[in-house]
Design a protein around this ligand. Sequence first.
Ligand SMILES: NC(=O)c1ccc[n+]([C@@H]2O[C@H](COP(=O)([O-])OP(=O)(O)OC[C@H]3O[C@@H](n4cnc5c(N)ncnc54)[C@H](OP(=O)(O)O)[C@@H]3O)[C@@H](O)[C@H]2O)c1
Length: 253
Amino acid sequence: MRILVTGSTGQLGSTLVKQLKGSDYKVKITSRRKPEGLGHFEWVYSDLSSGEGLEVAVKDVDVIIHAATSPIKNSKMVEVLAFKEFLGKMKHIKHFIYPSIVGIDEIPFKYYKHKYEAEELLNKCSIPHTIVRATQFHNFVENLFISKPLFKRYIVPGNFKFQSVDVSEFASHLISLMEKDPQGRADDFGGPDIMTLKEMAELKIKKNKESNKVLSISFPGKLYKSISEGKNTNSFRKMGKISFGEYLSNKIV
Ligand SMILES: NC(=O)c1ccc[n+]([C@@H]2O[C@H](COP(=O)([O-])OP(=O)(O)OC[C@H]3O[C@@H](n4cnc5c(N)ncnc54)[C@H](OP(=O)(O)O)[C@@H]3O)[C@@H](O)[C@H]2O)c1
């Protein structure tokens, strides 16, 4: 089976590639930047926005794990318009695996709207596929909200709820899905615990023995409300085993 991993320089893509190293699969990888230290894989330059390199990337491939994404820049183009063009090049693909995000249909955020539109495009096309929604990755939550204190305070929307999951566990799950038949929409993949951002920040302070404090702030609006209500979580799908605390501990070692 020949596999293409898109977004090979990203959080998920690079983790997938590490896990596929040494496997019996023939692995091709693609992104705009060339990943370092992956000389044993065939790398192809491709840009979803311009379409450059995509024909070469998908040539002779059976399965695609699509980890390329652009949440901030050109989101509509990369997630939807160019994605539609990309799907047009996949008549020969036996299984297209699309990582998505829990709650994208309930949370009013532009990137999530675009991901939902991409899911709809997949549902309407004839390409055998699996859409699997995950909760936020541990490192994503940490980097976005609690990477650096300001004046000895982590200033966070403390009521936000996350069920963060370790990216390595989600990557393994995606690889296991390749061995199965395409499922359409698969079950969600969530982390082991649902925590508020305040609790996550406090845990980081405790684990790292920091003297910082948490300053919890709130905002008006539907986006704040939906994440505070945990629309980005799925308490029935606590699939990951590595907790946020363990993720932090592993970083300290
Ligand atoms: N992060 C999370 O917490 C989370 C949670 C659940 C699901 N997901 C989903 O998992 C997937 C991967 O997310 P991630 O966090 O790993 O993303 P990421 O770290 O931002 O990586 C994005 C990848 O996409 C590539 N890329 C960006 N623009 C491109 C373009 N125009 N053409 C080709 N490649 C492009 C980037 O590489 P170059 O810049 O080198 O091209 C990079 O390799 C996404 O579908 C995301 O929605 C993420």
